[in-house]
Design a protein around this ligand. Sequence first.
Ligand SMILES: Cc1cc2nc3c(=O)[nH]c(=O)nc-3n(C[C@H](O)[C@H](O)[C@H](O)COP(=O)(O)OP(=O)(O)OC[C@H]3O[C@@H](n4cnc5c(N)ncnc54)[C@H](O)[C@@H]3O)c2cc1C
Length: 405
Amino acid sequence: MYDVIIVGAGPAGSATATVLRRKGYQVLLLDKAQFPREKICGEFISPEIPEVLDRLEVLQPVQEKKPWEIQGILISSYQTVQFKLNFPQVSSRGVPRADANFQGFNMPRFILDEILLRNAGRAGAEVLEGFKVVDLIFQDDRILGVKGVHPEGYRVEFKSRLVVGAGGRNCVVAKRLNLHAGYRWLRKMGLMTYFKGVQDPGRYVEMYVNPPGYCGIAPLGEDLVNVSLVVDLDAIQGYREKRGATVKPQVSSSGPKEGDLSDYFLESLFKNRLVKEKLEGARMVRRLQGVGPLAFRARRCSWDGALLVGDSAGFIDPFTGEGIYHALRSGELAAEVIHEAFKANNFSKEFLQRYDRARTQEFRRKFRICHALQHILYRPWLANRVARSLARDSVLKDWLVPWNP
Ligand SMILES: Cc1cc2nc3c(=O)[nH]c(=O)nc-3n(C[C@H](O)[C@H](O)[C@H](O)COP(=O)(O)OP(=O)(O)OC[C@H]3O[C@@H](n4cnc5c(N)ncnc54)[C@H](O)[C@@H]3O)c2cc1C
């Protein structure tokens, strides 16, 4: 019997495991993947993250991998207005960011997530990779553990006092409890790949808002960039109907070829002349991967004997590049509440609901900004107007930028 079983070893699961182990709990951390593993992501590590990495004692190993340090975000609205948001020199918790330790950077998730996972293992969490959780163990409504498929192929059950759902957007814990709900009005899909041979990757993450959605270019090295595109699922559906049914919204292809989403991806990117100029002479070097619909919410993040952390607790849109921060920080918050639950010997949803409250309190402003952006981004006149105001007005800029105090 474990104290806590964590389903999913992305940033949320690994952070939760590390903090709980440090508090002395017996933790089992399960992931269906073998690490290192790839992840669909813009790979922008926002300026708030290094502080969390520092607390988790992984900042140094991360820095040793020489991530691509950046100074801020460049935003381009409908090829009309362009401005830069530079990272503030003081973090949201008042820590000076004068030295590079506390700046934002870009880093492949392939590397970052493995560092976080191994760190949880070093802290004493029992880590089982290649283990797919398929169901939960219930006693009435209370969750008492998980059922899954061992890497060697046999079925096995593990029991615990608490289960943490950290399985991302398709988290089996949330699904089994029927806690996820979609947004009817917000049906986007994210596509990502790498380009090599970029002349000047620069020190900014560049966000280009332009039909049919927006594109993010995040430099990862001297001539390597991560390119992500977020588009309407209906636009993909329209393309699919035009080209025949071979194009599926869930895509994972090996490169550009007639009739698959790589064609659509490249066509959409190069509709924007600024993106075309940026990627002039560069070539796509990683299979195109996609995920959608992007937005969903959790009706609640606590249950009798269970909590949801990271994406499993809900996701809106990657524009603000805050997903990894939310994953790490929600893991820390959950670990604190779990510690209190053990002290009180109370694992009821009424008690664990204090995690929902702490999470809402901490992220309310960020969630609002994220929602507001969905109403702004896809209306060119409004997006340009907001962009112009932001370019001019530093007070508004400070308020809107999610990583500002
Ligand atoms: C297109 C796109 C671009 C993005 N860009 C950025 C960005 O630039 N910066 C940023 O901060 N965020 C970005 N995000 C968001 C970010 O990727 C997520 O918020 C983050 O990965 C959430 O971490 P997590 O630990 O909650 O989940 P995940 O990273 O998804 O980890 C979940 C883990 O659970 C495991 N798992 C799932 N199901 C099971 C199961 N049944 N059994 C066992 N294991 C299981 C998976 O293998 C996985 O390892 C982006 C998202 C998208 C879609």
